[in-house]
Design a binder for this molecule. Structure first.
Ligand code: 5AD
Ligand code: SF4
Length: 475
């Protein structure tokens, strides 16, 4: 795993999905349980929730104890190095569990979903015979059927790019399920990417760009709002390339969609991630100026500050283009906090190229950022380029870059001391008497329990700050 700060876009953490409260329907005489583990980006988190909904509708109930699961689902990520190897070693551990359960007369299906499934396909069955089913991100609506076929003894591989839209076939998120998931929710509006940055596997694993239609997005947002969701984060690999025919018959971009979603009663906050600089159009920038519900936080990856490297990465913009864009966004919304992704050690990166990245970071001033050592992904043009950078140089550059970004993040957080900040309350605190909310810039805010309830948006004064936490409570 590359040394990396966690990314909200594509991180290396595993997330457990839980909080299921729908009653299971007996299946084959006994309720079946599934366990799901999610790796990678928020899109995978969203997909895991929708797969959970599909399994629930099929009579399964969720367990957070893997030992207890009749179906184990790993939703995998392929964005950086050794992803496939990690999946194989996880399956190695599960093979023993499967054998133990088999000797107790219990069946265990192992399913691999996500981008490793898409990239490796049938190879997974060959290398890891304990796996019963491999399913790629475009075919999740076929999951219940695939599980049935696997249980009947078939080794199933579903990695086609389906002609039908998976979201049209997956059940809608259930109110009971979404409520237990809290006051913030993800909503995928776009999938896939046509940009073909030369380091990136996404165009290969997630396919070409597809935008979900306005009516489906609005209907899902309304259902989420009805179940208590107050903050929506619109997801897409290239979310600001989203477009569709609006309710007025005109072509809408993401800006128009955001305005429409802000009209839904209950929806108070909107965010979107992840964007490409080339798709920040005027209407979207205007939404940052005119739409109070749109939070003043923007994740806008740049990857490098060197024009030469940007060209080799096929980013199709220069450092100056990016800086001008940030300036336009800031003049629309002066309090916006910028976040970004950076890659160090892309093939051919010299000290001067790296210095240009450090200079760009200085010029922009980031409130948060995610940085990675370049990791060659088989099948991408970057992997075949000359002049790969030695690991030790990548390590050293990453350390310097992260030190600068951490200083900027600390400066941003401490600058909030003494300010009045709107906070969406989303969960009980760890300490008695406290509850926790989120600032407009995504930091957790610790608040006196008596001041508000979950789902409220309250204005509190920030008394002090921690590493990435804001406190409205005295010491
Ligand atoms: N090596 C290192 N980082 C990568 N990312 C994507 N592909 C690679 C790779 N091959 C990073 C980019 C992207 C983020 C989601 O992950 O910074 O924006
Ligand atoms: Fe990958 Fe580039 Fe597409 Fe982002 S824009 S998903 S980095 S190819």
């Amino acid at each position: 795993m590359p040394k990396a700060v966690k990314s909200p876009a594509m991180n290396d953490t595993a997330t457990l999905q839980n909080g299921q409260d729908a009653a299971p329907t007996p299946l084959d005489g006994a309720a079946k349980r599934y366990f799901v583990k999610t790796y990678g980006c928020q899109m995978n988190v969203y997909d895991s929730q929708r797969m959970s909904d599909a399994l629930t509708e099929d009579g399964y109930s969720e367990t957070t104890d893997v030992q207890d699961a009749d179906l184990i689902l790993l939703n995998t990520c392929h964005i950086r190095e050794k992803a496939a190897e990690k999946v194989y070693s996880a399956v190695g551990r599960l093979r023993e569990l499967k054998a133990d359960r088999a000797s107790a007369g219990k069946e265990t299906m192992i399913a691999i979903a996500g981008c490793v499934a898409q990239a490796e396909g049938a190879e997974i069955l060959r290398r890891a015979p304990a796996v019963d089913l491999v399913i790629g991100p475009q075919t999740y609506h076929r999951l219940p059927d695939a599980v049935r076929r696997a249980r009947a003894g078939e080794k199933v591989v579903e990695t086609d790019y389906a002609v039908e839209d998976k979201f049209d076939h997956l059940p809608s998120p259930k109110a009971s399920v979404t409520r237990s998931r809290g006051v913030t929710a993800f909503l995928t509006v776009q999938e896939g990417c046509d940009k073909f940055c030369t380091f990136c596997v996404v165009p290969y694993t997630r396919g070409s760009e597809v935008s979900r239609p306005v009516s489906r997005i609005v209907a899902e947002a309304e259902r989420l709002a009805a179940s208590g969701v107050r903050e929506l984060t619109l997801l897409g690999q290239n979310v600001n390339a989203w477009h569709g025919v609006g309710e007025d018959g005109r072509e809408w971009g993401l800006g128009a969609l955001l305005f429409r979603l802000a009209e839904i009663p209950g929806i108070a906050r909107l965010r979107y991630t992840t964007s490409h600089p080339r798709d920040m159009d005027d209407a979207l920038i205007a939404a940052h100026r005119d739409l109070p519900a749109l939070m003043p936080y923007l994740h806008l990856p740049v990857q490098s500050g060197s024009d030469l490297i940007l060209k080799r990465m096929n980013r199709r913009h220069t450092a100056a283009d990016y800086l001008r864009l940030v300036e336009r966004i800031r003049s629309a919304r002066p309090d916006i906090a910028m976040s970004g992704d950076f890659i160090v050690g892309f093939p051919g990166e010299t000290d001067a190229d790296f210095d240009a990245t450090m200079k760009l970071i200085d010029d922009v001033g980031y409130a948060a950022a995610y940085s990675f050592k370049y990791s060659p992904r088989p099948g991408t043009p970057g992997a075949d380029m000359d002049d790969h950078v030695p690991e030790a140089v990548k390590d050293e550059r990453l350390q310097r870059l992260q030190a600068l970004l951490s200083r900027q993040q600390a400066d941003f957080v401490t600058s909030l001391t003494g300010r009045d900040v709107d906070v969406l309350i989303d969960k009980p605190g760890r300490q008695a008497g406290q509850i926790v909310g989120r600032s407009p810039w995504l930091q957790p805010v610790i608040i006196d329990e008596k001041a508000a309830e979950i789902g409220d948006i309250v204005t509190v004064r920030i008394m002090r700050t921690g590493y990435n936490t804001l406190y409205s409570t005295p010491d």
